[in-house]
Design a protein around this ligand. Structure first.
Ligand code: AP5
Ligand code: MG
Length: 216
């Protein structure tokens, strides 16, 4: 099944997608991660993307939509996609609907994670991402330990866009451009609103329970 997770910065999209992808043997498709790897290449496209990410603005739909279209056309990902941070506005949501139909698939469910701005800032301050295995941790809420992480702590990095200023701008972008998609998916009757303020494992349980109850 194909699943969409969306929510403001630090809502837990990446954390929950990692867990789902592992358990369902699906693929986490994070447009943020894909864009950051283009930035790392220091290509001319990467340089343009970096300016927008640093300002907390969205990258043009044309770039994102074509990346996603290529993935949807790839048999490896057929009905096995967990979208983390895509779609991000109404235009992307409509494009996804058209493209996914073209490739004889559908979105089974959409999870909207809600979190308040104070929590977002605290989470952003503590976030650490492993540059080796790509797993996400948090100094305060979900520290890397010998039990949950096999790589050396030297690989733990802070994201360059994890500053208080950028996160406030990302939050504004979310409120203006992404939140309106909630109605779009409510109308399709595939939206599930999840309180993202709870414990990571409790939120996962809730999402998992909903997925298990769906007959696809
Ligand atoms: P993206 O990388 O998607 O950033 P974001 O939406 O701001 O979301 P984050 O990755 O910051 O948060 P998350 O919800 O994944 O939280 P996480 O699980 O890591 O996008 C970055 C930029 O790329 C955008 O600003 C834009 O410029 C561009 N972009 C991306 N997609 C685009 C698109 N489709 N179109 C156009 N532009 C696009 O958790 C955060 C922290 O909190 C972690 O440390 C985690 O351990 C911790 N945590 C998670 N859950 C909990 C919990 N329940 N309790 C306590 N701690 C928790
Ligand atoms: Mg993320």
């Amino acid at each position: 099944m194909n699943i969409v997770l969306f929510g403001p910065p630090a809502a837990g999209k990446g954390t929950q997608s990692e867990k789902l992808a592992k358990e369902l043997n699906n693929f986490k498709i994070s447009t943020g991660d894909l864009l950051r790897s283009e930035v790392k290449k220091n290509s001319s496209l990467g340089k343009k993307i970096k300016v927008l990410i640093d300002k907390g603005e969205l990258v043009p739909d044309s770039i994102i939509n074509s990346v996603v279209e290529n993935l949807l056309a790839d048999k490896k990902y057929f009905n096995k996609m967990i979208f983390d941070g895509y779609p991000r506005n109404l235009n992307q949501a409509k494009h996804l609907d058209v493209t996914i139909k073209k490739h004889k698939q559908k979105i089974t469910c959409v999870f909207s994670l809600t979190v308040n701005l104070d929590t977002i800032i605290k989470r952003i301050t503590g976030r650490q991402v492993c540059s080796n295995c790509k797993l996400t941790f948090n100094k305060f809420f979900n520290p890397s330990t010998l039990d949950n992480h096999k790589c050396d702590s030297k690989f733990l990095e802070k994201r360059v866009d994890d500053t208080e200023d950028t996160v406030k701008s990302r939050y504004d972008t979310y409120s203006k451009e992404t939140a309106p998609i909630i109605e779009y998916y409510k109308n399709q009757k595939i939206l599930y609103e999840i309180n993202g303020m709870g414990d990571i494992s409790m939120i996962y349980k809730e999402i998992h329970h909903i997925i298990s109850s769906l007959h696809t």
